[in-house]
Design a binder for this molecule. Structure first.
Ligand code: BGC
Length: 752
């Protein structure tokens, strides 16, 4: 394409408005006379969902045969950034081979509640995990000159009324949790596009939210691609365009294009805004078109192998009472429909037409396996005959592996779950099997946490999430010890749904969804409340053991502008090669504001052979100690003491060190007659200015010998009361100051 600005200058207003919405469901409009190509956007993101025929837009079965990799819930559990980047490269290559310019993902929305129907696509309850894993994926895809569309921006954390609901969250919560899931990825890996969500944020549709689409995304984060609407997210095309929404998808049958033209002609919309959006879209079209890789081949068999390797990296060993790995020669029974037909992906727009599916049953053929179906996944009820068969097979086996999980109808895009339980017939069967055989292993296939009422009756639990089309092979290799599980939970598993911090407010009233738990999402809540969870964030076992030693921080007194290096040694003290996910949390022990007990600020996955020690290194900056202060409004790092915690999960902290941060940033304060004596006295200047005032004030109120007259408790009470009194009270209570004196104090305080 020749110079883009020049092309735009040759376009008619109608052509420009036309560029701002789809040609159809998946393509942008071409302008042949100016050499503008049409590009194809395609769903995924854990594989390609390219429509087979570009006329049957919505039919899931009409997409091309492709490779279904593990879904977001599983991928995040790998905690493996390199793997995520490699997956991106593989998918980017598939896109090049299939002529897909932009893959619609990654999906990074925070898992606010286990009930969100789309949690299976999302990555984590923690913004660092979500944005870091997304960043790696984006880097991988875009290294192949194919775009990504990080979605769904912003605060789209439920499916219920997703197109009209308003996520009501305070700015600190949005910044620290919901925006943060996007921020790192947008800043560091520069996605070609961002997809705005359907919902409103504090009343304003994401599609016409100037604050987030323009001020934050472009102004603060330097985003330079185009914003695309989620399919049908446009509310008012003209307003949305002005707010920063560039491309509307799909088409609106030309209706919205006409509104844009009319608005420009009527002087309501500046034509420069149209040009700006066209330029952003043309830049991306150009980037794709001029970097086509004609040699790219979509090798499905090769990518299937990759899908298995990735699935192996994602499996989380939740529980293991010396049952796993299973002995290869032992007589084992496999129970459950999922052994034959694994649930390996979720329903909705991310659904991939997998070209082949590998089941655990088929992959375990070489072992001595008896299979009993146990239940019929299509029927939501206990099946007496199938259960009886399974129980009798179990009684006769060394161990039983139950392939359990959520059927498709229990979780999907488009609706939320109504509870956090497995189907009752599965819970019942697991209990019954445990009565005839103590050696039960449960393999779970689910996109989001489930309650496990039988947890104390089984010896092992493997969480596969939705592990992609090759999950069967990965599970078998994990069960029999050909690989060592190394996934960790990227979300907490509460004991029961009611424990979740959003439980009381989730789904909201009508369209109003108040995020009243604020920043206390997931482990930020459970840790602060010291609550028992079923499995904590970051948890995952291995067939080997790791020990931690030698935690070193290069600066014990650091400035908030410094880079701080933290190093820790990890040793494989067990007998099998394995991977450990080293987690670094920061605890602000000295803070004056309400903060989580700890927050994840770094993670690294390291592979070690038995006896080997490796050193893991993290770099921290002032931002890692900061909270979002809405008064400045900006990130603010307080001076004071912080703890660096190195753990195997959010609950299992192995090593701890403290450091002191000296912050150069200040929050400007204006003291008034309503400022408390305590707040002023806390500052170095206030101490000098108010020392005598407070002493005399206390004397005026309770006399000289306070200890004798009132006792220690009362003395403390008066001190505390005085500290929480506003300055004006010194005038009205003790009479030791008048308003003129107060003005002088305030002048000194405000000029310090
Ligand atoms: C989903 C998006 C998806 C789009 C296109 C929407 O309903 O929310 O995630 O990319 O459809 O299929």
């Amino acid at each position: 394409m020749e110079n883009i600005k020049e092309i735009i200058s040759k376009m008619t207003l109608e052509e420009k408005a036309g560029m701002l919405s789809g040609l159809d469901f998946w393509r942008t409009k071409p302008v042949d006379r100016l050499g503008i190509a049409s590009i194809l956007l395609s769903d995924g993101p854990h594989g390609l969902r390219k429509p087979a025929k570009l006329t049957d837009y919505l039919k899931i079965q009409e997409s091309i045969e492709a490779v279904c990799f593990p879904a977001g819930c599983a991928l995040a559990s790998s905690f493996n950034k390199e793997m995520m980047e490699e997956l991106g490269q593989v998918i980017g290559n598939e896109c090049q081979a299939e002529g897909v310019a932009v893959i619609l993902g990654p999906a990074v929305n925070i898992k606010r509640s286990p009930l969100c129907g789309r949690n299976f696509e999302y990555l984590s309850e923690d913004p660092l995990v979500a944005s870091t894993m997304a960043e790696a994926f984006i880097r991988g895809v875009q290294s192949k000159n194919v775009g990504t569309s990080i979605k769904h921006f912003l605060a789209n954390n439920q499916e219920y009324r997703r197109m009209t609901s308003s996520s009501q969250a305070d700015e600190r919560t949005l910044r620290e949790i919901y925006l943060a899931a996007f921020e790192g990825a947008v800043k560091k890996s520069k996605p070609w596009t961002v997809m705005c969500s359907y919902n409103r944020i504090n009343g304003v549709y994401a599609a016409e939210n100037h604050e987030y689409l323009t001020e934050v995304l472009r102004g603060e984060w330097d985003f330079d691609g185009f914003v695309v609407s989620d399919w049908g997210a446009v509310n008012n095309r003209v307003n949305d365009l002005a707010a920063g929404l560039d491309l509307e998808m799909p088409d609106s049958n030309g209706k919205n294009d006409r509104l844009v033209v009319e608005a420009v002609k009527a002087g309501i919309l500046d034509e420069n805004i149209v040009d700006r959006a066209v330029e952003r879209i043309l830049n991306i079209i150009n980037r794709f078109e001029t970097n086509r890789d004609e040699s790219a081949v979509f090798d499905r068999d090769k990518d299937h192998e990759k899908a298995r390797a990735i699935a192996e990296e994602c499996i989380v060993l939740l529980k293991n009472d010396n049952i796993l790995p299973l002995k290869k020669e032992a007589r084992i029974s496999f129970v459950g429909d999922f052994a034959e037909k694994p649930r390996y992906q979720g329903g909705g727009s991310s659904h991939i037409n997998a070209f082949k599916i590998e089941s655990a049953l088929q992959m375990a053929e070489i072992f001595d396996i008896t299979y009993a179906r146990g239940f019929d996944i299509e029927k939501d009820s206990y099946n007496q005959t199938l259960a009886a068969e399974a129980i009798s097979a179990a009684a006769d086996s060394a161990a039983v592996v139950v392939f359990a999980g959520l059927p498709d109808v229990y979780e999907s895009e488009g609706f939320d779950r109504s509870h956090m339980r497995l189907p009752e017939y599965q819970n019942r069967l697991i209990e019954e099997l445990s009565n005839v055989n103590p050696n039960i292993v449960v393999v779970l296939h689910n996109g989001s946490p489930v309650e496990m009422p039988w947890i104390n009756k089984v010896k092992g639990v493997l969480e596969t999430y939705l592990g992609g089309q090759a999950v069967g092979g990965a599970v078998v290799r994990c069960l029999f010890g050909d690989i060592n599980p190394s996934g960790r939970l990227a979300e907490s598993f509460p004991v029961k749904l009611e424990d979740n911090p959003s439980y009381l407010f989730y789904k909201g009233e009508g369209d109003i969804v108040e995020y009243r738990e604020g920043i206390f999402v997931g482990y930020r809540y459970y840790e602060k409340k010291k609550m028992d969870v079923l499995f904590p964030f970051g948890h995952g076992l291995s067939y080997t053991d790791f020990t931690y030693s030698n935690l070193q921080i290069d600066k014990k007194n650091a400035h908030d502008t410094d880079e701080i290096t933290v190093k820790v040694d990890v040793t494989n003290t067990g007998e099998m090669k394995g991977k450990e996910v080293v987690q670094l949390y920061v605890a602000a022990t000295d803070s004056k504001v309400i903060r989580p007990a700890k927050e994840l600020k770094g993670f690294e996955k390291i592979e070690l052979i038995p006896g080997e020690t490796g050193t893991v290194s993290f770099t921290l900056t002032g931002r890692d100690f900061a909270y979002y202060n809405t008064e400045i409004p900006n990130w603010y790092t307080e001076s004071g003491e912080y703890e660096i915690l190195i753990g195997q999960s959010s609950q299992d902290i192995k090593l701890k060190e403290t450091l002191n941060i000296i912050s150069a940033s200040k929050i400007p304060v204006k003291y008034t007659l309503n400022s408390t004596l305590g707040d002023m006295y806390e500052t170095p200047a206030g101490k000098l200015i108010l020392e005598d005032v407070i002493y005399n004030f206390k004397k005026a109120l309770i006399g000289d010998d306070d200890n004798d007259a009132f006792g220690e408790a009362s003395s403390l009470m008066f001190t505390e009361m005085i500290h929480s009194m506003p300055l004006r009270n010194v005038v009205s209570f003790g009479g030791i100051l008048d308003f003129n004196d107060c003005e002088k104090i305030l002048e000194k305080m405000n000029n310090q």
